[in-house]
Design a protein around this ligand. Sequence first.
Ligand code: CR6
Length: 812
Amino acid sequence: MDLRQGIGLRRLGTTADEFQQDLLSSLYYRRGTTVESASPRDAYEALVLTVRDRLADRRARTAAAHFASNPRWVYYLSAEYLLGAQLEQNLLYSGTGEVAAEAVKVLGRSLEEIEDLDVEPGLGNGGLGRLAACLVDSMATRDIPAVGYGIRYDFGIFRQSLEGGAQAERPDDWAFQGNPWEFPAPDDRQVVHFYGHTEPVAGSPIRKRWVPGEIVLGEPSHMLVPGYGTETVNIVRLWRARGSEASFDLSRFSAGQYAEAVQEAVRAENISKVLYPDDSTELGRELRLKQQYFLCSCSLRDIIRRFRIRNQNWDDFAEKTVIQLNDTHPTIAIPELMRLLVDEYELDWDKAWSITRRTFAYTCHTLLPEALETWPVHLFERLLPRHLEIIYLINMLFLREVEDRFPGDTDRIRRMSIIGEEGERRVRMAHLAVVGTEAVNGVAELHSKLLRETVLQDFADLWPAKFQNVTNGVSPRRFVKLANPRLSDLITEGIGDDGWLTDLDKLAGLERLAGDASFAERWRAVKRANKIDLAAGDPDALTDVMIKRFHEYKRQQLKLLHVITMYHRIRANPTGDWVPRVVLFAGKAAPAYHAAKSIIRLINAVGATIAADPVVAPYLKVVFAENYNVTLAERIIPAADLSEQISLAGKEASGTGNMKLALNGALTIGTLDGANIEIRARVGEDNFFLFGLDAFEAAEMRIRGYHPREFYDRDAELKTALDSIMSGAFGGVGHEVAESLLGWDEYLTLVDYRSYLESQDEVEAAWRDRDRWTRMSILNTAHSGFFSADRTVSDYAARIWRVAPVTVPRED
Ligand code: CR6
């Protein structure tokens, strides 16, 4: 399929010469500059455009193939995308890395220098956002027709720095110099309504007219999402909020009221300003809900627009469309689709509801009650009056269904209602998401089981078949091939080809090499070279990493108690045979999460004390790498020996950092939580350091009543560690951390402390036996193939989406 035929466009070349020609064209015609006067930014943008053109070519062929086959589409709705830096990835995916490296010489710069200018889009917070990016990558790789929808935040994530050891936040203006990867599509702009009131429609008991109080425009742009080893290029479409033309008040401007003249436009634009605005104020909560609705309204209208290009009949909508809700943030899409179908397209309620229910699927990503969203009814009433009416009707019909199944069980009805009546009346978004979808899944076996047995138990009783598990996965391209080229080459050599990049189970081919001394030697050499690149400390020391968001349930404080205990042990016995360790932390704490920020502060205080102690410093080093993001993860992961996955069992839904680290040959020390369980089952008990309570024991312990002081009194080393914090041994920092551990210890840190330390002793024993450690490391990689996001996507495709791939023909 040559789309250029008939319009006289030339085919893009594949040789270094041709690439160079195109690079120079980009520089002259699109940057408007010359080789002599090109700035580093010009060189960067010219290269991006040249690479982007090659993907745009494939994108055009993909769109044509999709149009021709009118397939069933997956639409992924997500508040976050952490796409990572694009240039290196797109060079790999377009197969132009080598020619580009050659071609850029004409600009007098190396590819590496240019790549340094490629900043990652800051459009997400943590695992959920990175998962979204891995899934869209794998959907394209598996030729699944898909669009990811999101918001183009100006400030999707803050930049973290340390000031006096404490986290400081600054805005991260990731697109300050523009984002050359993005294609604006102003013609697909959407109009979004807020506030106002509803009015009855004559002749219809159900339909309503919504008279809005505010109108905002959603302007889309898209980023290309190429598949690896295939022709498919999908897109992520991101919405940015703008005021309408009418939002600029010219008469006020003329009267010198400059701020007032633009206030409405500013208010509109605030919708896509930041991700998860602080919701501790009423205004903040309203802005969050506004954002969620903005994403859903724009995306649904776009989805319907796309549907109607090739289809006329609403009966086909649910056949042609599946909309995956990434957590509850886009749940408002359910009543929005009802509103569009009933009020705007005039379908009757039952038909609309049948379509809606069959269209959506919901992935839950948490078990923490505080993370399950609820919105005050009064907020809905003011911001989205029509949606509240629709939710009430959905709820009424749903509760009737419950009553039919469980007659007289009023307690159950109260528990299951979409409207929570305890205290302030609130809309329970997770309930709405379960009621309005065809499938609900958790993100790891344990998580899905706990969802069915605890948080969503009533729903699982009612609709057992609705509940599924799809274990998360990660992109082997980004997190092995791009992040760890040395290991990738060694793997390819060991297995014989690079087919593992799209069929990660092939890593099992490494198993037979686990006992091969010369292979093991090279495996170690790769790790060592990666550690030298990272430059966090002695490359021969055990590199022990804990990289993830800061949250008390993840228990960075437990890792810290281990560090403090090691510090005391070494001081007490300076001539002991200690295993040298570099303990590396990286991660951000939510700006308003004070307890997490105190832990960061204490880590740095302990690190400084150790660094200044000549007895301990040769054996123990604490490093805090600032501003953790995808790019930094790609540097740390290849250098890790030990992966800390030490959340309290039952709290981490899945984790995906655990998978990335295991794939790169780090050994895991972890609890029976989230995907750790599945990692351990695959890599083998002998190759995993297990400790701590399981989820059942942890829940029991909480119920029985837990007194952290008892653990403190019983364990001399634990006592010493906590006492040293309390007595100010670490620059007087950390009182509140110790106090919360001794007072309440929400996440049972002190309970698991002893077991964790014992497990760390086993880590050291294994580390001392170099050959054993290397063998374990190789086996971790060999048996982690299951954790490819390609497998995750295949699971979704087969069990939830029921979509078939569409092959995009190669250019011939
Ligand atoms: N914080 C889970 O906590 C999981 C990811 C992706 C999380 C984490 O265990 O791996 O989602 N949950 O499924 C939410 O964001 C609500 C996360 O990233």
